[in-house]
Design a protein around this ligand. Structure first.
Ligand SMILES: [Ca+2]
Ligand SMILES: [Ca+2]
Ligand SMILES: [Ca+2]
Ligand SMILES: [Ca+2]
Length: 386
C-alpha cells in the first residue's frame, strides 16, 4: 500500500516533533486517523494537536472541520478527552468496485445518441472521475481531458497507473469522444477531470477520497463519480459528501460488488446516488448488491471502454454502471444549457431519479421496466416532454 503523505504540517508542531524525536514514544505504533472538530481546527482542536509532539498532520480539510493525521494510541486517547474534538475515526481503506475482467462481447449503452444528434452532448459540463487517475493521452479522451490532481502521490499529474486501467475505463464511459474511432461516451463533449485517490492496485484511503471531493467542490465540478467503496461508515466522508451535495454538486457512486450483500459507502449516503449494475437485458448483475439504498440501475456487465495506451477493453462492475449515470447527469445539465436555462444540481438529481422511475431498483425488483437509467427519458422529463 503506497502511502504518500500530504505534507501540510504545522511549523511549530514540526519543530517540536524534531526536538523530541528519538526520545518521545520511540517505539509507539502510529495509527492513520481522521480527527473532526466541533469548530474549525483554527479555533479549537488544533490546540490539542499542537500539544501532541508525535502527531503528523497529513491534510487539513476546508470542506469539513477535520484533519487527517498519523498519531499514537496514547495521543489518540488524550485527544479524545479534548472537548473541542468531535470524533477520531480510522482512515479506512476503500477498494475498487470492479468485479472482473470480462472477455465476452457486448457493449452496454443507454439510449443517448438522439441527444448527441441534437447537440446535447455534455458541452460545458465538468465531470470529475474520483478513481485511479486517467490516461489523458488516450486518443479517445485527450480532447475532453481538462486537468485534475493526484492525492495518492500528492502531485498534479493524475495519470492512471492501475493494472486494469480502471479510471481510464470509467472516464471513457462518461466522455469518450465522438470522433469516429473506438467508443463513444454518454456525454461525448463533457469536460473530464481526473482526481486520483486509488493506487495502482485499486486501494485508497478515506482521507484521499475526502481531499478529492474537496478538490471537486473548490474547482466547481458539476458531477463527480466514485467507483470505490467500503463496508464501514465514516463520519468525515459522510460530512464531506453532504457538504459537497449542499454546494450544488451531483455525487454518483458505485453501489458495490457485494454479490447480494449491502450497498457500500459512500453510495449508501443520502447525498450520493447509489448505482447498481444490470446486464444488457436489464437484469441485475450477479455481483450486484441488494437493499433499499440502491437508487438507480445502469449497464455494468461487459462494458467496452478506453484503456491505457490508446487501447480498449471490457470491464464489469457497478464501477461501470455509475459512470453511465454520471454521464446522463452531464447530459441533463447540458440539455438545460442548450435551452438557455441553467440546470441546478437539484433539477438534475430529480430528473435522474424520475428517469428511472419512483421504485428503487433492487435485485428483486423489475429493473428492466422502471429501474434502468436512460438519458433520453431523463432529458425529456426535464424538458417537460413526458
Ligand atoms: Ca482525441
Ligand atoms: Ca502522479
Ligand atoms: Ca470515439
Ligand atoms: Ca445514496
Amino acid at each position: 500500500m503506497k502511502q504518500a503523505f500530504l505534507t501540510i504540517t504545522i511549523t511549530s508542531l514540526a519543530i517540536i516533533s524534531i526536538l523530541l524525536s528519538g526520545t518521545a514514544y520511540p517505539e509507539e505504533p502510529q495509527r492513520d486517523v481522521i480527527i473532526g472538530f466541533h469548530q474549525t481546527p483554527e479555533t479549537s482542536g488544533k490546540v490539542s494537536i499542537q500539544c501532541e509532539s508525535s502527531v503528523i498532520v497529513k491534510h487539513e480539510y476546508r470542506l469539513i472541520p477535520a484533519v487527517s493525521a498519523r498519531l499514537s494510541e496514547q495521543a489518540i486517547c488524550r485527544m479524545k478527552k479534548d472537548p473541542g474534538v468531535a470524533y477520531i475515526v480510522d482512515d479506512v481503506i476503500l477498494t475498487i468496485a470492479t468485479d472482473e475482467y470480462a472477455n465476452s462481447s457486448g457493449l452496454g449503452c443507454i439510449n443517448s445518441k438522439m441527444m448527441h444528434d441534437n447537440g446535447i452532448d455534455g458541452t460545458g459540463v465538468k465531470v470529475a472521475v474520483i478513481d485511479t487517475g486517467i490516461d489523458y493521452t488516450h486518443e479517445d479522451l485527450d480532447s475532453n481531458y481538462k486537468g485534475g490532481y493526484d492525492f495518492v502521490f500528492s502531485d498534479s499529474d493524475p495519470f492512471d497507473d492501475s493494472y486494469n486501467s480502471h479510471g481510464t475505463h470509467v472516464a471513457g464511459i462518461i466522455a469518450a469522444e465522438r470522433n469516429g474511432i473506438g467508443v463513444v461516451g454518454v456525454a461525448p463533449n463533457a469536460s473530464i477531470y481526473a482526481i486520483k485517490v486509488l493506487d495502482g492496485s485499486g486501494y485508497g484511503l478515506t482521507s484521499w477520497v475526502i481531499a478529492g471531493i474537496e478538490w471537486a467542490v473548490e474547482n466547481d465540478m458539476d458531477v463527480v463519480v466514485m467507483s470505490s467503496g467500503m463496508e464501514e461508515d465514516s463520519q468525515p466522508l459522510r460530512d464531506a459528501c453532504r457538504n459537497a451535495y449542499d454546494s450544488g454538486m451531483i455525487l454518483v457512486a458505485a453501489a458495490g460488488n457485494t454479490h447480494g450483500g449491502n450497498v457500500t459507502y459512500p453510495a449508501r449516503y443520502d447525498s450520493v446516488i447509489a448505482v447498481t449494475a444490470t446486464n444488457l437485458n436489464g437484469s441485475p448483475a450477479s455481483f450486484s448488491p441488494i437493499g433499499p439504498e440502491i437508487e438507480l440501475a445502469a449497464p455494468g456487465v461487459d462494458i467496452l471502454s478506453t484503456t491505457r495506451g490508446d487501447d480498449y477493453g471490457y470491464l464489469s462492475g457497478t464501477s461501470q454502471a455509475a459512470p453511465h449515470v454520471a454521464g446522463t447527469a452531464a447530459l441533463i445539465i447540458s440539455s438545460k444549457m442548450v435551452a438557455e436555462e441553467p440546470a441546478t444540481a437539484t433539477d438534475a438529481t430529480i430528473a435522474l431519479r424520475m428517469a428511472v422511475g419512483a421504485t428503487p431498483a433492487t435485485r428483486d425488483a423489475d429493473v428492466d421496466g422502471d429501474g434502468r437509467a436512460t438519458s433520453l427519458d431523463a432529458v425529456m422529463i426535464l424538458q417537460g416532454a413526458m
